[in-house]
Design a protein around this ligand. Sequence first.
Ligand code: KIV
Ligand code: ZN
Length: 468
Amino acid sequence: MSWISEWLGYAEENNLSEPQNVTIFDTTLRDGEQSPGCSMTWDEKLRLAHQLDLLGVDVIEAGFPIASEGDFRAVRAVAQNVRRPVIAALARCCHDDVVRAWQALEGAAHPRIHTFLATSDIHLQHKLKISRQQCLEQARNSVRLAKSFCEDVEFSPEDATRSDPDFLREVVEAVIEAGATTVNIPDTVGYAVPAEFAELIQTLRDRVRGIEKVTISAHCHNDLGLAVANSLAAVGAGARQLECTINGIGERAGNAALEELVMTMRVRPDRFPYSTAVISERLFPVSQLLSEITGTPVQPNKAIIGRNAFAHEAGIHQDGMIKNPLTYEIMTPQSVGVPGTRLVLGKHSGRHALGLRCEELGLQLDRRELDQVYRLFVVLADNTKSVEDRQILELISKIDSRCSPRVVAAAAPRISAVSKDNRTSQAHSSSTPIAALPNADRGGYGAAAAIAFEVHETEQQEDYLWGV
Ligand code: KIV
Ligand code: ZN
């Protein structure tokens, strides 16, 4: 059985019919910053925090104040200047950490102390060298101390997924009794698989005294590439806060990617009937800002915000996209703030996309002209990574002199055919994710089908076959 069908079993048992809010806890400035090469200065963190605020996240974990003077300053600056969201600061379960976290948070409109302690035997024996009993006491005392400063206290049993479930239950019960308002279950080493993680959340809900008084949260790492799947499975089992980062940055393989969580819930409300306060149209700009600040590029095929997430090179795909973007895109680029779909002109491209690009360049080619240009284009594309506009114009100038493409006003691109590295500035008009739209109005995609060509049945078939 696949994890999806396993997870769906849990989701069904948990009555997912009513849309419920899921709190988005962004830890880009804390766990995200722990990615090699991603550390940020206090003013960079503040700049990003303002954008996370505009993005609509509910909680910003701004840093780990005891870790350095710079991080203390960053948390304090975010706490004093970003007033709408909850601002969280991380602290180990010890006196000085909690006090330092509170000192950094004091100016916040909505402060939260997030304190954590490992509960797995591996961590207790090898890292902390303390007994389970000491762990229990330390967790309880730290939450009490945090609570003496701040009403909003989160506790995380680090390495929860490799902890003995009975001991985990004891610790969670103790911290709830001590006043924790959120209990976060971290899959610290990215070891869990979705059905198992959902089962853990469900077990805690079933067996921990007082669990109904707190928000259950999930914090998943991506070592097996399952951080997003595990987080969604946790929501299916009753978690109502997800901890995540922009671009999925974080320790080792990273954390669950915020943009993937949010868009999965938006595009598939049939399976994930949850709402978040995130303004999805701001996802791409924030992702770009983070990449610029950290100097870490986003992998091209990264879901939602990668350069290729809305790019199509294969002829069959380009042909389908021009006829109706529903064929190969499940959300509009605008719904995540990406300027537009790109049809990349390369060796896999078809005549349909080439014709569209010519039209956008202001040249309308008839069928015979397009055939000629396309033949030259295929030879050129076979020897290069992508074909630039200037090269297309050169090809047009080479075709049979009896042909004279009509110069027309350049078509405003809805879907644009471009060389590989250019983004188009404009495309579909709607910002609503495609799956959320009724059939009659799919975010402007229907109109895109009417763009450039009047083609006959056989020609359409040819387009389908060409360039693949
Ligand atoms: O991965 C982890 O366990 C953490 C905790 C501090 C929540 O980042
Ligand atoms: Zn983490």
